[in-house]
Design a binder for this molecule. Structure first.
Ligand code: NAD
Length: 283
């Protein structure tokens, strides 16, 4: 059930990371509103599953294997989508994620950890290639995808781009400095793009989700028996609403930002959907 419906008949939507937990929900919602949906994902099998579900409700979808870090792959995807549905009207930049190799074991660096031989990862252990991986998948991917897809939008002077940032862009989360910084870059770039494209009819905004359970963070939030980890308890204590979000709770913001009548003068915002997490100082 959608919170409300908007009319996207004959519109073409491209969603990167569309095979994932959050963006597959976006894909179903926008399909229900009548749009033709292109699911772009490095994991073709998952993209196909989502496209298959959309076809079951008699809407149009295409699954495209695409690596947002390869311009060539993005250009191929753009041509496939153009042939099938026409040029893109709405781009959702959803592909993203973290790496355990860029996650410190502890929240703080303690004196005894500095030269510890224990099997823990500290800030000093991060390798440049791991840092680059996290930055690239979250930031460079959005940069390249927008370069490839926004040209057609600029040509027709009409387009909506929605980037998926995170509440950790406002204040970094402990343990995941690269992911936090990359998402801060996503929010910053959202503002830059909004200004840059403001004369050619393209609005650019971002959604900053709080904590939603997905494959990406499941191991951080639940132990093997499905009990919340100490970190999950901490998150819940820092979320005034006291629970994790459900993917469907992002849909109202998504539909609002996609709809010109509702948000035609909204440009360059990063909208938190986080149960109050980013508003709460902890006291
Ligand atoms: P997810 O892992 O379920 O989805 C991410 C998708 O991106 C996957 O389908 C993956 O295959 C795809 N992907 C990864 N690398 C790619 C590449 N190089 N090219 C194309 N596709 C690629 O994660 P999710 O939780 O649904 O997250 C979606 C977005 O929301 C991400 O940007 C994430 O950082 C952000 N986010 C999630 C949460 C949360 O709590 N789940 C919170 C804040 C922000």
């Amino acid at each position: 059930m959608l919170p409300f419906k908007i009319n996207l008949d004959n519109k073409t939507v491209a969603i990167t990371g569309g095979g994932g937990v959050l963006c597959s929900e976006f894909a179903y919602a926008l399909a229900e509103c009548g749009a033709n949906i292109a699911i772009l994902d490095i994991n073709l099998e998952n993209a196909q599953k989502v496209a298959g579900q959309i076809e079951k409700i008699n809407r149009n979808a295409v699954a495209v294997k695409c690596d947002v870090l390869s311009r060539e792959s993005l250009e191929e995807a753009r041509e496939i989508i153009k042939d099938k549905f026409g040029t893109c009207d709405i781009l959702i930049n959803g592909a993203g994620g973290n790496s355990p190799k860029c996650t410190t074991t502890r929240e703080y660096l303690f004196e005894e950890d500095i030269n510890s031989s224990e099997d823990i990862i500290t800030f000093f252990d991060f390798l440049p290639e791991n840092l680059r991986f996290v930055f690239d998948i979250n930031f460079t991917g959005i940069f390249l995808t927008t370069q490839v897809f926004a040209k057609d939008m600029a040509d027709k002077k009409d387009g909506v781009i929605i980037n998926i940032s995170s509440m950790n862009a406002f204040t970094p989360l402990t343990k995941i400095p690269a992911y936090s910084a990359a998402k801060a870059a996503v929010s910053n770039f959202t503002q830059w793009l909004a200004v840059h494209f403001s004369k050619v009819g393209i609005r650019v905004n971002a959604i900053a989700p709080g904590f939603f359970v997905s494959e990406q963070n499941r191991a951080l939030l639940f132990d093997k028996d499905g009990k919340p980890t100490a970190r999950a308890d901490k998150i819940l204590a820092a979320t005034p609403m006291g629970r994790f979000g459900e993917a469907k709770e992002l849909l109202g913001t998504l539909l609002w930002l996609c709809n010109r009548e509702a948000s035609g003068f909204v440009n360059g915002v990063v909208a938190p959907v986080d149960g109050g997490f980013s508003a709460y100082s902890g006291v």
